[in-house]
Design a binder for this molecule. Structure first.
Ligand code: NAD
Length: 497
């Protein structure tokens, strides 16, 4: 009998009454490892109502209490990191080291959330008028919602609920239906860490569940991470329903290679950044832009990519795993075929790759294109597969202009030995996350994850300072501290003397 993934409602893991079940498969084998339900309306409403009750109690708990839950949670996550990474690998196909990284990046956010006292401090200003002081507090919003994608089943839920809950909110998480076992394990450990009943609820399902949360009047804020089409929909619908929305979406990340770049560094870094995690990273480098003579590196980059071998999660020799499902693999193959048909030169073709013993796995081999033009679908669309496309330009200015025309603005990097070129690039590029001689420059949570343009809709970014602002309201108090001899009679204006 196949295990059904429980929902977490009001502190209890319960089996859904839903008859709509979706298979959770190991993408390297197609073995069905669990089934995930689509929560019923009744279950969704119960989760919302009990989260509202939990919020009323939690928001009154001291800031120290809230921080201590995060400290205990951080310790538990560290203790269970490999166990979580193993669950994650099996349901997502990621190699174990990659899955360990996924969990670790989430742990770092929990560490940051434990610092909630200093993150949520208000401001004070004395004497804004005679004997009048002004100060502000931050207060939580209520029950916040998170909708997360398949590609980081530990890190992305951990971007959201620890920060929101540390700020005093309750949280409803709707994880990807493709790998729900990892978020459930994260939730179990959160309860073990002392999180009170109902403060985190986990509802499984697909777009129907999201839709209910998106339009519900008692849920003031929604954080989303996923594809562009869904992100746009979430942003429009959520704001139409007067909610705060932060929606992190797709990407097309360029790496600029200057002629003076350190050759070995470029070759080693670009291989991991482009085909690592089977290209299923929103920060993957999918376009290499060669400036001038740096194009001479293309044969060696091709050689480096060709050496990366896909394989199963527990194969220590595997460079990366399969695409998440057969449809995702078909989509990548469709783009490769379109690139060839459009006249691009496929100098490395992973379309027919088969991993021995895992013939049913959704594997695509490393693939690389040259002679690409900006009108081809392999350039205009996010492929989300192990495919590197290359473009050649004459100058740094040309590279900057090309990238600034691209509708996405998630991440980018430049490899160069020139401080002047790097400074120009960091200043002029219209992309939110920039690496200088760093290929996948995801910032630590003291900063924020800051995609621009089509890669992000909303106005406060993920997990750092800006996320704290997203999950809180500011209350400003103006107070008159008076002596007995001040006239407190009827006064309709503030005395500014
Ligand atoms: P997806 O958009 O298909 O799904 C994301 C979530 O939205 C899932 O929980 C899913 O159940 C839900 N969903 C799907 N369709 C919906 C609909 N019509 N209405 C409401 N909810 C819906 O994304 P995915 O395939 O899981 O993830 C891959 C995408 O996520 C890529 O485009 C990648 O670039 C992007 N991503 C972005 C970031 C970032 O920070 N910008 C990080 C990771 C992934």
């Amino acid at each position: 009998m196949i295990k059904q993934v429980p929902l977490l409602i009001n502190g209890e893991f319960i089996i859904s009454k839903s008859t709509q079940l979706i298979d959770v498969t190991n993408p390297a084998t197609q073995e069905v490892i669990a089934q995930v339900p689509c929560a019923t309306d009744e279950e969704i409403n119960l989760a919302i109502e009990t989260a509202k009750d939990a919020f009323e109690i939690w928001k009154e708990r001291s800031v120290g209490d809230r921080a201590r839950v995060m400290l205990a949670y951080q310790a538990l996550l560290k203790e269970h990191q490999e166990e979580i990474a193993t669950i994650l690998s099996k349901e997502s196909g990621k190699t174990l080291p990659d899955a360990m990284g996924d969990v670790w990046r989430g742990i770092e956010v929990v560490e940051h959330a434990a610092n909630v006292a200093s993150l949520t401090m208000g401001e004070t200003l004395e004497n804004v008028a005679r004997k009048i002081d002004c100060y502000s507090f931050t207060q939580p919003l209520g029950v916040c919602v998170g909708v997360t994608p398949f590609n980081f089943p530990a890190m992305i839920p951990l971007w959201m609920f620890p920060i929101a809950i540390a700020c005093g909110n309750a949280f409803i998480l709707k994880p990807s239906e493709q790998n729900p076992l990892t978020p459930n394990r994260l939730a179990e450990l959160f309860i073990e860490a002392g999180a009170p009943k109902g403060i985190l609820q986990v509802l499984h399902g697909t777009k129907e569940v999201v839709q209910q949360l998106l339009v519900h009047p008692d849920l003031p804020a929604i954080s989303f991470v996923g594809s562009v089409a869904v992100g746009e929909y979430i942003y429009r619908t959520g704001t139409d329903h007067m909610k705060r929305v932060q929606a992190f979406a797709g990407a097309k990340n360029h790496m600029v290679i200057m002629p003076d770049a350190a050759k070995k560094q470029v070759i080693n870094n670009i291989a991991g950044a482009s085909v690592g995690a089977a290209g299923q990273r929103c920060m993957a480098i999918s376009v290499a832009v060669f400036v001038g003579e740096s194009k001479n590196l293309i044969p060696e980059i091709k050689e480096a990519l060709a050496k990366v071998r896909p394989g199963a999660w527990d194969d220590p020799e595997a460079g990366y795993g399969p695409q998440i499902n057969p449809a995702a693999k078909e989509r990548v193959l469709k783009f490769i075929a379109e690139g060839k048909a459009a006249g691009a030169n496929c100098i490395l073709d992973g379309s027919d790759v088969v991993v021995e013993g895992l013939e049913k796995g959704n594997f695509v081999g490393p693939t690389m294109f040259t002679n690409v033009t900006t009108d081809m679908s392999i350039y205009t669309e996010e492929i989300f597969g192990p495919v590197l496309i290359t473009l050649e330009v004459e100058t740094l200015e040309d590279a900057i202009a090309l990238i600034n025309e691209n509708p996405y603005g998630n991440g980018t990097s430049i490899f160069t030995a020139s401080g002047a070129a790097a400074r120009k690039y960091q200043h002029e590029i219209k992309v939110g996350i920039v690496g200088i001689n760093v290929p996948v420059p995801v910032p630590l949570p003291m900063f924020s994850f800051t995609g621009w343009r089509k890669s992000f809709y909303g106005d406060q970014h993920a997990y750092g300072k800006q996320a704290v602002r997203f999950y809180t309201e500011t209350k400003t108090v103006t107070a008159r501290w008076f002596d007995e001899d001040i006239d407190t009679g009827v006064n309709t204006t503030i005395d500014m003397k």
